[in-house]
Design a protein around this ligand. Sequence first.
Ligand SMILES: C[S@@+](CC[C@H](N)C(=O)[O-])C[C@H]1O[C@@H](n2cnc3c(N)ncnc32)[C@H](O)[C@@H]1O
Length: 338
Amino acid sequence: MIERLPPDPRMIALPVELRNAIARALDDIPATRWMNTARTLSEQYRALDDIGEAPAIRTRLDALGYAALLMPATYAQLYGAMKAAAERIPSWTPETMLDMGSGPGTALWAATVCWPSLRDLTAWEREPVLIALGRDFTRASTNPALRNARWVQRTLQAPTERGIRFDLVVLGHVLGEIPFDERSAVVTTAWRITRGLLLIVEPGTPVGFAAVRAARDLLLADGAHTIAPCTHDRPCPLINDWCHFPQRLRRPEFQRRARDAPSPWEDAKYSYAALARFPPERPVWGRVIREPTFNKAYAEVLISSRDGVLRHRALKRDREAFKWVKHLEWGQTLEEQP
Ligand SMILES: C[S@@+](CC[C@H](N)C(=O)[O-])C[C@H]1O[C@@H](n2cnc3c(N)ncnc32)[C@H](O)[C@@H]1O
């Protein structure tokens, strides 16, 4: 049963075809088995920042656990980052895409929603069980690009074929799983095979942000242009803080069961950098990088802008300005300084 929720323009849902494909695959296994596996995997991913070792996904059951509990949230995060990038480059119509460390193909689904021009999709993934499950999902799609996606088993450290290029390349929730001393090489390879836009997404944690920031610094030095979230091409000026954004997601029923969560929605938080071979078509002055706060005296918002990171405050007695700040959305762009 789909629960009625009040209309919320921030809310997204998994594509119906993907949701149904996951639900069908879960039907083949007793619910307690996939739920237990999903919960164990989720705990292991939560500990990743501390222990630095990603969980192994080696069996079909592991892969199903990932699809049930983690894929909806990573889909939401990838979608949020892609949508923010697409808004800055509305005329860009990519045709080819590579999903690096694709898992079950999460980024392929999000990208085909954000850029319907995509017609040729490739996924590189190390684990055969994730490839098999991801292929089952994409074959269930009515979109020929998804149905005909090319799945390649390989590691991201392996040498790439000469001359291959993709309009869109995605590193989604994978940099954190690459040993620290191998990350720069993976990012440099990803950039070398990017014809248009490289999107890097990590969980919205201090560790996830640090991985994104290091990758962005590396690519700025190589001439990359920032499409989002930053509104400039200078190194990030944040100190003792991390830049991250929420994407609201209506939880599919299987995810709620696996999480044992009563809430029908969640805000999936992510850090990201969208870097391109071209500058943004629609540059902006700044972006809201935290939920606005307010009290009896004033409303306040943190903005990352071309003039640095600044705190903008509106006094309550200035009613219009107060209301404007209070209702700004986390992640929203601002054309000019308020
Ligand atoms: C957290 S999952 C993310 C999957 C997917 N991109 C998403 O956002 O849902 C990380 C994926 O990267 C893959 N991976 C990790 N290290 C890899 C490597 N060195 N080469 C290829 N794939 C790798 C893992 O097998 C796993 O599928």
